[in-house]
Design a protein. Sequence first.
Length: 396
Amino acid sequence: MANRYDVVVVGAGIVGLAVAREALRRRPGARVLVVEKETEVAAHQTGHNSGVVHGGIYYEPGSLKARLCVEGAREMYAYCEQHDLPHERCGKLVVALGEHELGRLDELERRGRANRVPGLRRVDAAGIREVEPLATGVAALHAPGTGIVDYGAVARAIAAEIAAEGAEVRLGTEVTGIAPGPGGDGAVVDLADDDGGTTHVGAARVVVCAGLRADRLARRSGAPADPRIVPFRGAYLVLRPRPADEPPVVRGMVYPVPDPTLPFLGVHVTRHIGGETSLGPTAMLVPTAAALAWPGTWRVGRRFWRTGITEVRMAVSPRAFVAAAARYVPSLTAADLSGATHAGVRAQAVGRDGRLVDDFVISTTGGVVSHLRNAPSPAATSAFALARELADRVGL
């Protein structure tokens, strides 16, 4: 096939772009194509998240998340320093409000130490106030290496870097299918034309980082149907700037001890690299036709309907939203809200049995196509390490 590349990457979020960069590191001069349906890079999860560089506290030791988050955070900071991108290690507190949460905090501490989270320490109520003067709780984990960054800016920097090294980044182009190449040689990627036709592109290797569309492309390539992507909408409320003579709401981040049955971290208070502070996110299931057709979605609904009611209440009532955050930062009131909001969509893998898949999921078809089937947080933090894992899976 004349129109042939060494590597085709589907998706120009931060992970897909990091994969293209990794391919060029391993094979300088390789023909690399990045294909993105939207007209800009970082249009979805990458450009609409909290901007947190996670430390690796939450994840089960030995999981992909545990291994790749700590590695990825270190590399993310290094990349930002190398390319003069704004970032800050402002630290995070994970706060237990009462004795009933101490067991879960113990488990998070065990995981964090097993995962070698840099600088992790346990603090008491007085220690909480030393780190975050307006926060309250009986105990907390302090991760000073957790930080903030603009992942959209990082993605744009990677896109510029790989383009300068010869990669082609093709925006506004939809991938409609991936099939084995003639005689089992590589793969053929189908691209939708503006006139309704299809262009066929050959590739020795393909890596798919398609976010919300990951499961559809995987199934079309012969990968298993389970798990499926179910979208969850996360909304944030933005706080008004405080006068210079008032203390900041938070110096860094204040998080609750999460519910161990859910892969979401709960409403937290986060300072962002642009200077604003937000509360959030909510986690509202988006009832798309594809999501409703998947049996696992209904099983999630039956299992977590009480949680769903709480999320709906916060989505319609800013006061309820603020009240959730004020459990940890009591001085917060609805008067602190600026009126601004922002939101993003989390592509969450759900099993047929209703299991909310917590770890990254990667499947490989034919030994030449690698699909990132589940890439929620901390995928952005882990982007460079995750790119190496995906490249390894297809022998780049």
